[in-house]
Write a protein that binds this ligand. Sequence first.
Ligand code: ADP
Ligand code: MG
Length: 776
Amino acid sequence: LLEIDTASEGLNMELKQKQEKMRETDNVKAMLEFREKLPAFKLKSEFLKAVAANQVLVVSGETGCGKTTQLPQFILENEISSLRGASCSIICTQPRRISAISVAARISSERGEKLGETVGYQIRLESKRSAQTRLLFCTTGVLLRQLVQDPDLTGITHLLVDEIHERGMNEDFLLIILHDLLPRRPDLRLILMSATINADLFSKYFGNAPTIHIPGFTFPVKEFYLENVLEKTRYNIQSEFENFRGNSRRGRRQQESRKDPLTELFEDADIDALFKGYSTSTRRSLEAWSGSQLDLGLVESTVEYICRHEGSGAILVFLTGWDDISKLHDKLKVNNFLGDTNKFLVLPLHGSMPTINQREIFDRPPPNVRKIVLATNIAESSITIDDVVYVVDCGKAKETSYDALNKLACLLPSWISKASAHQRRGRAGRVQPGVCYRLYPKMIHDAMPQYQLPEMLRTPLQELCLHIKSLQLGAISMFLAKALQPPDPLSVENAIELLKTIGALDDREELTPLGRHLCTLPLDPNIGKMLLMGSIFQCLNPALTIAAALAHRDPFVLPLNRKEEADAAKRSFAGDSCSDHIALLKAFEGWKDAKRNRKDRTFCWENFLSPVTMQMMEDMRNQFLDLLSGIGFVDKSQGPKAYNQYSDDLEMVCAILCAGLYPNVVQCKRRGKRTAFYTKEVGKVDIHPASVNAGVHLFPLPYMVYSEKVKTSSIYIRDSTNISDYALLMFGGNLIPSKSGDGIEMLGGYLHFSASKTVLDLIRKLRGELDKLLSR
Ligand code: ADP
Ligand code: MG
């Protein structure tokens, strides 16, 4: 990752002199004063000794004690001062892009340098670094990709893996690799950094590696629960909830596919007995409270209450995602409840924001201005805002979950763990005693799990399995069995089977040419395949749009009281295509046109589309385009025309959809005047009522591909597209001659095609050509 000049005495000296010179400057001196007050500073020499003496070291410490900004810096300063600066190469991984950038920027300014000199960062598609860079912050994903070219991490002297307590998939994966790598690289130093959660677990995994704990200091934080908040704010929960629920299809999807046990527990509880002593309106409000959706009106009232009745100090609001953040941001801007918007600084903080407005987030606002930060769980442990005095915690975070038996996966807001709730609360006590407002009842808190399940145990594993193959780490299941907490073998099996089915792995579990390309795309393999096929077949724009919606979320909103109008709007986009995906595509194209004429807001309003999601989709399309150009599938200099010759050809679009969504395929079987639908895994399924295909009796083509299945009263397929057998023959899975010799089979014999030998020969030839294109 770092280009190391062959260590020269001269350069070592030069680096040392520069470092010493910078220490004399006022700015660096002032920052040093701040740094010396951080708890990490007191353990500097102990830490450096431990790094020198041990191959692996685990460091834990309260968030904000200086782990991320100080520990890598201590190593860097020490290497430079000891005249080893030229040959040292320190990498520090971060789970999120935004923290990689913000920390690198912070350390550069603490050293009085420009970002990209001695300290730099590298994230997907973006970097700031140079030949002088000795300390590089990168996302864990970037380091994992680097391992493909350099499995031994040659030249890297120190590796710091940050935020391991979060138990992210990438971090857990990296730890298995490092576990195997350390014996081969005895000179490599590994430092694992964690919040004060479960540090022993990591130490044990690395043969009882020594641990250093940085004791922190926080002021006491008072906590209030929903029942207290309702008494204070006199907010009435009832009405908001319905509106909000209507606006979130994903939310509905969650309610359909999974009952939330915590909320259910609350629903069954005896509210009267639990909340004796509270006012009737509070009790009624608690009854109406449903934990399954966040009531933004409640959040707003709480913020308002703090502003009106509490002393000065920044407010940090924890929300679940970009949607809530932008909605609340708009609400707060519009309802300037204290009369003067200049008195407030409302700042969104979200991991996918392209660049954070550094200064404003961390700096103290001018006197008499209150800073209100609206954040996701990124502010829980990766980014510390010192002047926070009030925390408002909605109690949820977006979390992926995977049901291996039904092969169902979703990304939804779920209750956080007690450990997370504690972290969030702690954010309020950094500079003075603080207050934490929890927008959930105390009994929900008491029922929260101690820790969150590691990501590896609750997500589909196909992307991870591809990665294991591309790093040549041996048999997938054997490798994963070595994890800190190994995933369910059934999940592993499902992932391998899926990769074989889409043609990314061959029968021997080795990567195919398609698989190799998919490895280079940091995306779900199905979505990656759709993008590759879209560019090969010059149908790129539709592939980008649909892939963006699949990777992010459906832009159509379903207001409860105007459902019919919303359905009609969606149907008119679909025309007679029998496809939700084409409806989506047309809606996006319409939005682009409207945006050119600055009518995009009206367009969204009239067509029941979420403006936030549309914008996010546009951003993601650009990211995908960059990725495709990065791996040479798109040459941007040729202009968009070169890749869009067939973009208006809806049959081609459906074929590309088939390539991306396979093996999510159902057979349409005619039953009298109606059609019935069958899948391989679960047999008969229904079209979801929100689909443009719901209520259609007969379909022109014999198959349907779909984005996902959900299970409620019956099993529904969502977002479906009617496709022809030729699309399947060309883009579906492997073709196997049927046993009876009269045609071709797919999906382990589930799909059977009796096409003539001539047609099949032709398809084989075409597929052969496609394989050649992919092996280029
Ligand atoms: P930890 O990793 O232990 O949670 P950090 O090293 O991230 O702690 O932060 C240490 C201190 O530096 C905190 O008080 C934090 O507020 C401050 N800090 C970190 N990044 C910045 C920044 N970009 N601007 C201003 N202060 C920062
Ligand atoms: Mg940190």
